[in-house]
Design a protein around this ligand. Structure first.
Ligand SMILES: Cc1cc2nc3c(=O)[nH]c(=O)nc-3n(C[C@H](O)[C@H](O)[C@H](O)COP(=O)(O)OP(=O)(O)OC[C@H]3O[C@@H](n4cnc5c(N)ncnc54)[C@H](O)[C@@H]3O)c2cc1C
Length: 483
């Protein structure tokens, strides 16, 4: 009995780990193989350690509000190595007309909860602030119809709040176009707040009260966590823990075809491999290519999940090269500012342990749906954009000591309108292929905890399938013995 996991990103690694740990407990002893087309594990998680700087190429933190990231760290015995962000200097800024304006205090999941900071902020016009107040008087929408994030927030808080506040914060997560993103698939709790509390502000206030109560009972304060040595530490620890898993790097799975008793995998440059069950933990479009030969309808649905290309440029300096104090976690740039960059993290303030004494590290994000994506392929252009961004917004023109560019073509899945229906169709199609499961960022959450959870769920569904198969075999054997 062999289970193959295709893709060695965090979802595939979590699936392999769950298979290894649970199969033992279930007295199943499958051979587990993880196949990754690149020469390294981790997928989007890439951590480089250069001259005592910890540089993240992809994700740099995960949220503790979704339990699966912390739970995995606990299982791997690295929970005590998780560090929060610097809460003393957690100011975040938004660019308005080219200038940095501090994000008003009191936002809960992007939604304002404090009156005075919103009244005083120069981020919004007086009319925009007045319009925001209509949230209290706007009745919840009827029915269960999904709507775009942009339409929903504009309906409740006004277009200006959407464009100046919510859109740039949301872009930091999805790099998407909020006028196309499905509310139900991205921020479903906002709709729940509208229904349950009558307004977004009411929902946000309730959340703040809950958080305050949790803090009193000793819960950690920063909701953003990362291992001390970068997220790569999580990947390295997982890799070391997969002692019963055969890991194959630099091998690309080319097709997966159902055959008697499972699936036959074609692997570039290697012998075909039979598997009793397969978990596809590759991006949606890559999974589509693999299933197309036997289920074109499933492939079409998977191909319907759009992806956006992004890049990050990390620049390291000596602090005394900079006139800027980097006093905060960084800033986001609204789409309407028309800039090529999306955001800039002041990494050495947000995570002081990521830079040596006297060092300064910043990271510029480039590329969002329909904006800046065209530059992703050109490394020099990306560096030029990043340096222009630092010069124009922060006045930093110093020559960086270290520059690292990470290009992420087709990296961010977009949960656009129609995504919930796509997930339903995927589930219906998968019901025809017991022994086949999907995992990863394409489906029910792009954050690391969600990807871990999706890998674990895929593993659980495969193990349940194998347990049923085993019961059926045992039953058939018993019947043969009896007769
Ligand atoms: C720049 C950036 C910043 C981000 N920041 C954050 C953040 O701060 N916090 C957060 O929680 N999330 C963040 N994310 C999102 C998060 O990193 C990803 O959603 C998540 O890592 C995806 O994991 P995955 O395992 O689903 O996919 P991937 O990491 O894409 O892994 C899929 C793997 O499948 C392999 N593969 C594909 N096809 C084949 C094939 N045919 N055969 C074999 N192998 C194959 C690929 O090589 C890849 O290694 C960020 C993403 C990016 C790009």
């Amino acid at each position: 009995m062999r289970i193959v996991v295709v893709g060695g990103g965090i979802a595939g690694l979590s699936a392999a780990y769950e298979l290894q740990e649970c199969a033992r407990a279930m007295e199943l002893s499958p051979e587990i193989v993880l196949i990754e087309k690149e020469g390294y594990l981790g997928g989007k998680i890439v951590t480089e350690r250069v001259d005592s700087f910890v540089i993240e190429g992809g994700p740099d933190t995960f949220v503790s509000t979704k339990p699966w990231g912390v739970a995995l760290a606990r299982k791997l015995e690295i929970e005590e190595r998780l560090m929060g962000t610097d809460m003393e200097r957690r100011r975040v800024f938004v660019v308005r007309d080219g200038k940095l304006v501090e994000l008003p205090d009191g936002l809960a999941m992007m939604v304002p909860t404090k009156f005075w900071p919103m009244i005083k902020t120069s981020l919004l016009s007086p009319l925009g602030k007045l319009r925001m107040g209509l949230d209290f008087f706007t009745p919840p929408a009827d029915g269960d119809q999904d709507e775009s994030l942009g339409a929903f927030v504009s309906r409740r808080l006004g277009r200006e709040v959407y464009e100046r506040l919510i859109e740039p914060l949301m872009s930091g997560i999805y790099a998407g176009d909020g006028d196309r993103l499905s509310l139900a698939s991205t921020f479903p709790f906002l709709r729940d707040w509208e229904r349950e509390h009558g307004s977004l502000t009411g929902g946000a206030l309730a959340l703040r009260r809950k958080r305050r109560a949790a803090r009193r009972s000793g819960a950690p304060r920063s909701i953003f966590l990362t291992p001390q040595n970068g997220l790569g530490e999580m990947v390295e620890t997982l890799q070391a823990a997969l002692d019963s898993v055969e890991i194959r790097l630099n091998q690309s799975v080319e097709s997966v075809v159902p055959v008697d008793g499972g699936f036959m995998l074609q692997i570039a440059g290697s012998e075909p491999m039979h598997a009793t069950a397969v978990i596809l933990a590759a991006p949606g479009f890559a999974a589509a290519k693999l299933v197309r030969p036997f289920d074109a309808r499933l492939a079409d649905v998977l191909d319907g999940i759009e992806y956006v290309s992004t890049a990050t440029v990390s620049l390291a300096f000596d602090q005394d090269q900079l006139d800027h104090g980097l006093d905060g976690h960084g800033y986001v740039i609204p789409r309407r500012e028309g800039r090529e960059a999306l955001a800039c993290t002041w990494t050495s303030t947000k995570f002081p342990h990521r830079a040596p004494e006297g060092g300064a590290l910043v990271r510029v994000f480039i590329g969002r749906a329909g904006q800046g994506e065209e530059h992703i392929a050109d490394e020099q252009e990306l560096i030029a954009i990043a340096r222009r961004e630092l010069a124009e917004t922060m006045g930093i023109t110093a020559e960086p000591k270290i520059v690292r560019v990470y290009q992420w073509p087709d990296a961010m899945p977009q949960y656009n309108l129609g995504h919930p229906e796509r997930l339903d169709k995927i589930e219906q199609r998968l019901a025809n292929w017991p022994g086949l499961a999907l995992a990863g960022a394409a489906y029910k959450g792009i954050g690391i905890p969600d990807c871990i959870h999706s890998g674990e769920q895929a593993a659980a569904s495969i193990l349940a399938h194998l347990a049923i198969m085993k019961d059926q075999e045992d039953f058939a054997l018993q019947k043969m013995e009896v007769s």
